[in-house]
Write a protein that binds this ligand. Structure first.
Ligand code: FAD
Length: 503
């Protein structure tokens, strides 16, 4: 065996420090030396504050105490996303985490629910989701603390302060032997084979390594500027290419969900933390100028701004080779899909999971990179299709952006999924998929797409009994949730934020 002896990470944003944390958790200092180079002068992107439930699995895999993490990153809880004005102005729906099953098999529940609609009953799909009902009433409770109750099927994620997360993970990694080097990379040195040998800093120092992880953000210093891995552009499916971000003071206690509101040329986010709210407008520059976007966003702010609005251009797509030679790209360096479902930090963690499964020796057998790239491309495409789903089902006609979305050509893979869903409500299931059928059903229902029919096998169930069960379950869920604590009271009691750690 010829093991890697040193890995160098370029970039100290969320991606760089997650990579460092995962590596130092896996290897002792004697087995693998890890050095992270970052430039304070360049800084990090400073957004990326809404997560999805697998983020907690990352924390647990690193043996990070959830409560400590919440307190040090000013985090609040997230039960899903509220989408407003996407189907039509004035209408909204909720995409919850967790399952929607009313104590049945999820598929059987959904089919029964479809039958209830056909029978003329008015059970709303989300009335059976613990997360949706908790969010509607601004309540929160940990599902793991409520086993055998109607909220045990809930799941949650966190809203967090991106710069405090990087600081937290930096602290974690440095305590476990990761060496942090401050400096701006100005040159990348390659072997004759094309592999990277070292990066040169502005002050002339060289930082070498057997393997490099490019976490340098959109610029892709190693993976693109040096190795020219190429980029698969998806802007023909997702035309938004800019975002404006601004932070505000909280004007009310933080709700336990992210808000995504459709706007004339895109959508805006509100991410509530314990100490402030993150706001932003993601828009398509073809349909909206930066000035118009700033004006739209600023008009709708609910709290006093505490930062200046900042424009962030981006290109939707992914690197053709996320791992090339002895370089792996992670985070924004590997690609980007707009943050509508908060998937980018998940893709960082996912990248590290796949990388650990295909961990190379010094020769970097290209077969490992090939399989890694295939798996990551599957993840990226799945997320792309799910995001396109939110746009293509719109019924809005009021701006040229929404008219474009209504008539857009969608990826073939999404077309197939929608055809299958329309038939009888079926969805392709894969062990490895991020978005479970419950997510697809929630968004389709919220956007007004209901299957043409339900499975005929459901007629074997006694509908009178099922109807009574649905009625009773809905009431039990509502009654149970009414007596849970408010989200803010839960935070104040169990995990109020601490003073931020010093940089
Ligand atoms: P960055 O934060 O840009 O870090 C790059 C690092 O590289 C920095 O440390 C920088 O100093 C360093 N660097 C760059 N060049 C050099 C150099 N020459 N020398 C030395 N160091 C260098 N994700 C979510 O999961 N949820 C969200 O809600 C979400 N919202 C988003 C909203 C917007 C508008 C955008 C653009 C992204 C959003 N994301 C979101 C994505 C999320 O922000 C990123 O995935 C995450 O922050 C990781 O960024 P990064 O570490 O790859 O890059």
């Amino acid at each position: 065996m010829n093991p890697l002896k040193k890995i160098t990470i370029v970039g100290g944003g969320t991606a760089g420090w997650i990579a460092a944390a995962v590596l130092c958790n896996q290897f002792s200092r004697d087995e693998l030396s890890i050095e992270l180079v970052e430039s304070e002068e360049i800084g990090t992107i400073g957004v990326g504050e809404s997560t999805i439930p697998p983020f907690l699995e990352l924390l647990h895999s690193l043996n990070i105490d959830e409560k400590d993490f919440i307190q040090k990153t000013q985090a609040s809880f997230k039960l899903g996303i509220q989408f407003s004005d996407w189907k039509l102005r004035g209408e909204s729906y909720f995409h919850p985490f967790g399952s929607i099953s009313a104590n049945m098999d999820e598929y059987v529940f959904y089919q029964n629910w479809l039958k209830s609609c056909a029978e003329g009953d008015d059970f709303g799909l989300q009335e059976f989701s613990a997360c949706s009902v908790m969010a509607k009433h601004n309540k929160f409770f940990l599902p793991q603390g409520a086993s055998k109750t109607p909220v045990s099927e809930a799941r949650y994620a966190l809203h967090l302060d991106a710069s405090l997360v990087a600081r937290y993970l930096r602290n974690y990694a440095e305590q476990r032997g990761v060496l942090r080097t401050e400096g701006r990379v100005v040159e990348v040195q390659q072997e004759n084979s094309g592999d990277i040998r070292a990066v040169t800093l502005q002050d002339g120092r060289n930082v070498g390594g057997d393997f490099f992880i490019d976490c340098s953000g959109f610029r892709g210093l190693l993976i693109e500027q040096t190795l020219q891995a190429g980029y698969e552009d998806w802007s023909h499916y997702l035309p938004c290419d800019r975002a404006i971000a601004v932070q505000t003071e909280n004007s009310a206690p933080p709700p336990p969900y992210t808000r995504a509101t459709a706007q004339p040329a895109g959508w805006s986010w509100k991410i509530p933390l314990q100490h402030r709210t993150g706001n932003g407008y993601v828009y398509a520059s073809e349909y909206c100028s930066d000035d118009e976007a700033v004006a739209t966003l600023m008009q709708q702010l609910e709290g006093k701004p505490i930062t200046q609005p900042r424009v962030i251009p981006f290109q939707t797509g992914m690197r053709r080779e996320i791992w090339k030679g002895n370089c792996l790209a992670l985070g924004l360096a590997s690609g980007f899909i707009e943050p509508l479902e908060s998937t980018a930090i998940h893709l960082i963690a996912r990248g590290m999971v796949h990388f650990m499964r295909h961990f190379p020796e010094r020769n970097c057998n290209p077969v490992l990179a090939r399989e890694f790239n295939r798996r990551m491309a599957m993840d990226y495409r799945e997320i792309r299709d799910f995001i396109v789903l939110h746009y293509c089902l719109t019924q809005r006609e009021d701006t040229s952006f929404w008219r474009w979305c209504r008539n857009m050509t969608v990826p073939d893979s999404l077309n197939e999924t929608l055809e299958y869903f329309r038939a009888q409500g079926g969805l392709p299931e894969s062990m490895d998929a991020l978005f479970a059928p419950v997510s697809w059903r929630s968004v389709c229902e919220g956007m007004g797409l209901r299957p043409d029919s339900y499975s005929p096998l459901i007629n074997n169930f006694n509908y009178t009994t099922t109807r009574a069960h649905l009625f009773n379950y809905r009431k039990a869920l509502e009654d149970f949730i009414q007596q849970l604590p408010d989200h803010d009271s839960f935070i104040q009691k169990h995990c109020p934020s601490e003073k931020p750690m010093a940089a």
